[in-house]
Structures are given as C-alpha cells and as structure tokens.
Design a protein around this ligand. Structure first.
Ligand code: SF4
Ligand SMILES: [Zn+2]
Length: 144
C-alpha cells in the first residue's frame, strides 16, 4: 500500500478528533433522516445525498480552524459553495427539528458546540461569497 502523504494524514487525523468525528456523525444521521423521508431512500443514501456527505466530510477535514473548529453556523469563513450550501440548508431544515427525538445526544451536543465562541479567523483563510449552512436549524420548528 502506498504511503499516505502528510497532508492526507493530517486530514484523516483531524476527522478522528472526537468533536469533529461527532460532527461528521451528526451530518450523516441528519442526511439519512432527510434522504429517507424526502427522497424515499430505504437503505443508505441516494446519489445526491452521498455526494453531499462526501463534500461535507472534505470541508470538515480541510477546515482552516482545525481542532478549534466552531460550528459552521458560527463560522467567519463559510467555505461551502452555493449549491452545497443550499442542499445542506434544506436538509437541515427538515432533519434538524427531528434530531431531538431521534438522536437527542447528538442534537444536544451540537447545541453545546454552537454555544462555544467562534475562534478568530485563521490567518490566510479566505471567505467565499456565499455563507455556509446554518446548523442552528437543529432547534427550529419542523416544516411540513
Ligand atoms: S463553514 Fe467554516 S467551520 Fe464549517 S467547515 Fe467551512 S470553514 Fe470550517
Ligand atoms: Zn437523498
């Protein structure tokens, strides 16, 4: 097996950090709720949702804040592209309110993470034009 580059190793290590691993798990379960109910997917994720999960994973692994990452809703950089941001927003609007019932621990911990003050923007980090999804949808009312 070829040796993993330093950059890839760093990204992998970042995703293994407990808080980031939990964040990825939260995105994963929210996508599953949304995909099953909104896209009629019985098992796993549809192609579009699988692509969004992969995108979120890459964003998370490459987040310039590293271990100090705030929730994306509190972020000063907002790295999601417009299309993914909209997809994530819709998914979270649906799944967020349902998380409290189905995955109360993950939902609660995300609220706790969201209360941590966002660290200053890392040096050299750029800010794309579009903001990232607001994970604060976790606490909003279900839209039917
Ligand atoms: S939106 Fe901000 S906090 Fe979220 S992954 Fe991108 S840079 Fe990191
Ligand atoms: Zn789907």
């Amino acid at each position: 097996m070829p040796a993993m580059g330093k950059h890839a190793e760093d990204r992998r290590a970042r995703l293994a950090a407990p808080r980031l691993a939990r964040e990825l798990k939260t995105i994963d379960v929210m996508l599953r709720i949304s995909c099953r109910d909104r896209h009629g997917t019985a098992v796993g994720l549809c192609e579009e949702c699988a692509a969004l999960l992969d995108y979120a994973k890459r964003r998370l692994a490459g987040c310039p804040y590293g271990a100090e990452k705030p929730t994306c809703a509190n972020c000063q950089i907002h790295c999601y592209g417009p299309r993914e941001r909209e997809q994530a927003r819709e998914m979270m609007r649906y799944a967020g309110p349902r998380m409290m019932l189905r995955h109360p621990y993950l939902a609660m911990m995300h609220v706790v993470d969201g209360r941590r003050p966002a660290p200053p923007k890392p040096r050299g980090a750029s800010r794309p034009a579009e903001p990232s999804p607001a994970v604060s949808a976790l606490l909003s009312s279900p839209k039917r």
